[in-house]
Design a protein around this ligand. Structure first.
Ligand code: NAD
Length: 489
């Protein structure tokens, strides 16, 4: 089966921070892939805007080099790199000064969809919005794409929302969380709301618990100073993990439209219980071999910022009351993996006798695992009879819903999260972007947790680099008679 690529209309896309790391690694190679797929029209224009002094030709060379570095195989399979770079231009622009703005305004075409990607540090978001308005570029058809972090607590997020709202309407603001652009995350909604099968058992009555893990093998490395001001709670839980939780736990929206979906997500965030301090484990990775510890990476020998967090929470609503939710994320862990696991309850009674059962998570219980990386896909663990003459012994095996097999080899390569989301911006579809009230509500849940650590002078536990995190995180589950899914690639 060949998937359909629906071209978007011609657009003008300005990338503020067009020379930065995110633009080089993700945004520009992603746009090239959409160009190759025939989704980005040749009339589209991409304008890099940053402080570096460069002209159009220089920027084309710069982007060509970035694509060859970050997606080296692509230009061989898609010989359109020369045509792609002709869509590029560059204007030296200072977000905090007047340089470049009048020139930028002149470059934009009337009538074309226009979007401004704020791929710069969060301290500049307000300045950019203000100048776009000042120089007459913020007309009703304009859209802005705002990167994370969106504030560092509720007050700063609220202030940023208020600043943006002075210049743009909410339906023009695209707050990006690239986890929402992942194919499997959207498939999660298709599986939940496109099938009847799961809905009747999707509640505390049948679900024992939910666990969400986002594990990375990299440390904070060269960006330790920056990371140390945020930590795992702000950097990962408040946005990515909470967004995943929303999609797992929300009620079916009446339709798949931006506000219907986001209204339901907001209700999930608002239903989250405050987290008890003893239900949170924070960690910092230790030194190993000649690799530095977290504190050395952060450049602060007394840092109290967490590079790991595991916590247990609950949702106070009819569907989920009584089902614990465990969230876990960290740096320098054993494997790079992101997974949402919905662990169902055991059967009420075993007709085969206790000895026949395999035990634990992934043993007797059914687990629906939604893997975001590696090997994006959805797996359902089911109990079957172990083959052979050994009597009725039961084992748990994965019923693999491998989409690649089902859809056939010709299916178009799955777009990366960024490229999909940028195309959604051009189409004017906000479903996979966060609304202002959602972000504020997420901070309202995390703020008291962080304030509690500060008030208590909480110091994270040290954990071995490339392990599964601090021992206490394992205990958080063991105390409840449960265990984490293995962190494995
Ligand atoms: P970066 O430091 O590599 O690049 C910053 C860019 O902003 C550069 O192009 C620079 O020229 C430009 N810039 C700085 N000051 C400016 C000014 N006064 N006027 C105009 N341009 C200015 O940063 P990055 O890693 O590309 O991150 C950009 C944004 O994306 C940040 O908000 C970051 O939090 C977010 N983000 C980055 C990543 C990533 O993987 N790099 C991932 C998620 C989110």
């Amino acid at each position: 089966m060949v998937s359909r690529v629906i071209p978007v209309e011609a657009f003008d896309l300005v990338i503020f921070g067009g020379t930065g790391d995110l633009a080089r690694r993700k945004i520009l190679p992603g746009l090239f892939r959409r160009f190759c797929a025939g989704q980005m029209p040749p009339e589209a224009r991409i304008i890099g805007a940053a402080r570096s002094d460069m002209d159009d030709a220089g920027y084309r060379d710069f982007v060509r080099a970035a694509i060859l570095e970050f997606d080296p195989g692509r230009p061989q399979n898609c010989p359109q790199l020369d045509s792609f770079v002709t869509t590029l231009g560059y204007v030296t622009t200072d977000a905090r000064g007047e340089a470049g703005w009048a020139d930028l305004a002149k470059r934009l075409r009337d009538g074309a969809v226009r979007a401004f990607y704020f791929s710069v540090g969060p301290g500049l978001f307000g300045d950019l919005a203000e100048r776009l308005k000042l120089y007459g570029m913020a007309h009703r058809q304009a859209r802005i794409v705002v990167e994370k972090p969106f504030g560092r607590d509720r007050d700063s997020a609220r202030a940023l929302n208020a600043t943006l709202a002075q210049h743009f309407a909410e339906d023009q603001i695209y707050r990006i969380d690239h986890y929402l652009g992942k194919e499997t995350v959207q498939n999660l909604m298709a599986v939940r709301f496109g099938n009847l099968l799961f809905e009747p058992i999707w509640s505390a009555q049948y679900v024992d618990h939910i666990q969400i893990t986002v594990a990375e093998t990299v440390g904070v490395g060269g960006r330790g100073g920056y990371y140390d001001k945020s930590g795992a709670m702000r950097d990962m839980v408040q946005n990515h993990l909470m967004q995943l939780l929303c999609l797992i736990a929300m009620e079916p929206p009446s339709k798949f439209d931006p506000d219907a979906v986001r209204d339901e997500k907001l209700k999930v965030i608002r239903a989250l219980d405050p987290v008890e301090p003893h239900h949170i484990v924070r960690g910092q990775y230790d030194a190993t071999g000649d690799e530095p510890s977290y504190r050395e990476d952060a450049g602060d020998a007394r840092s109290k910022t967490e590079s790991f967090i595991a916590l247990k929470t609950h949702l106070s609503n009819w569907r989920w009351s009584g089902t614990p939710i465990y969230l876990r994320t960290g740096k320098k862990l054993k494997a790079r993996t992101s997974e949402i696991a919905v662990v169902f309850k055991d059967t009420p009674h075993s007709i085969f006798g206790a000895d026949a059962r395999s035990e634990g998570v992934g043993g007797g219980q059914n687990v629906l695992s939604i893997r975001l990386q590696p090997n994006e896909g959805i797996t359902l663990g089911v109990t079957i009879k172990e083959p052979g003459p050994g009597g009725m012994r039961l084992i748990n095996v994965p019923l693999d819903m491998s989409f690649a097999d089902a859809l056939g080899p010709e299916v178009e390569e799955v777009p990366d999260a960024y490229e999909r989301l940028i195309m959604d911006v051009m189409r004017g579809n906000q479903t996979l972007f966060m609304r202002g009230d959602e972000v504020e509500a997420a901070w309202a849940w995390t703020d008291p947790i962080i304030e509690g650590w500060v008030a208590r002078g909480d110091v994270p536990k040290t954990y071995d680099a490339y392990s599964a995190g601090p021992e206490d995180a394992l205990m958080l589950m063991h105390r409840d008679g449960r265990r984490w899914r293995e962190v494995k690639s």
